[in-house]
Design a protein around this ligand. Structure first.
Ligand code: SAH
Length: 213
């Protein structure tokens, strides 16, 4: 077996052993090469199940967390999805394999620019990335079938709940500190919201306003 094939097999095995069972999610994780999203010093660790540093002092999430969040979101091919926290663009690229259309926003213009270059290189034409404060969602394109927040908020942000379709699902890490956070799955019903706590996670915080670059 070649190094690449073996690396891929190990990568997928690690995801399965962390509880990723949805075959569509596993296929997307197999098709999108995480190595494309990690630059410089850490590039050779792209296939390990750990978060890694990216530009602007941010991190690309651990692949098993990306896969488990994607699985919890139950994306269907008809869905319009909003991601808050583009970062490297990896999570958006995974979602692009499962959804009709992906909108992704980040408060750092530089991250958005770099992610757009990767989307173009991979010909992922159903992703639109914007620089914006995602705490307010993306009113122009609302409502969304699915919303995923990849930075931790104190609570599920009100504007995002308002931009979720009835029957829609949002996955968001919530917590008061940067050490203790829970991944929450919110489902919108005709009359309100259901909250389910999924697992402990650790994300960089959701920060107000646009970043310096
Ligand atoms: N999903 C990314 C990882 C995200 S790291 C990936 O797949 O690589 C969290 C990201 O959230 C950071 O890039 C940070 O800049 C962004 N962020 C934090 N607060 C934000 C806000 N209010 N609006 C938009 N993006 C925000």
């Amino acid at each position: 077996m070649t190094d690449t094939a073996e690396r891929k097999m190990r990568f997928l095995y690690a995801l399965r052993s962390r509880g990723v069972t949805d075959i569509r999610v596993l296929t997307a994780m197999e098709r999108i090469d995480r190595g494309t999203f990690v630059k410089g010093l850490f590039a050779d660790r792209a296939y390990e199940d750990m978060p890694l540093p990216i530009s602007c002092g941010q991190t690309i999430s651990q692949p098993s967390v990306v896969a488990l969040m994607t699985q919890a979101l139950s994306v269907t091919p008809r869905d319009k999805v909003l991601e808050i926290g583009t970062g490297s663009g990896y999570q958006a690229a995974i979602l692009s394999q499962l959804a009709r259309r992906v909108y992704t926003v980040d408060r750092h213009r530089r991250l958005v620019r770099e992610a757009q270059e990767v989307f173009r290189a991979l010909n992922l034409t159903n992703i639109t990335a914007f620089a914006a404060d995602g705490s307010f969602g993306l009113a122009d394109q609302a409502p969304f079938d699915r919303i995923i927040v990849t930075a931790a908020a104190e609570d599920a942000p009100g504007p995002l709940l308002a931009q979720l379709k009835i029957g829609g699902i949002m996955v968001v890490p919530v917590g008061q500190s940067d050490t203790v956070q829970s991944l929450i799955k919110v489902t919108r019903h005709e009359t309100g919201f259901d909250y389910e706590e999924l697992r402990p996670v650790r994300f960089v915080p959701l920060v107000e306003g646009l970043g310096p670059e």
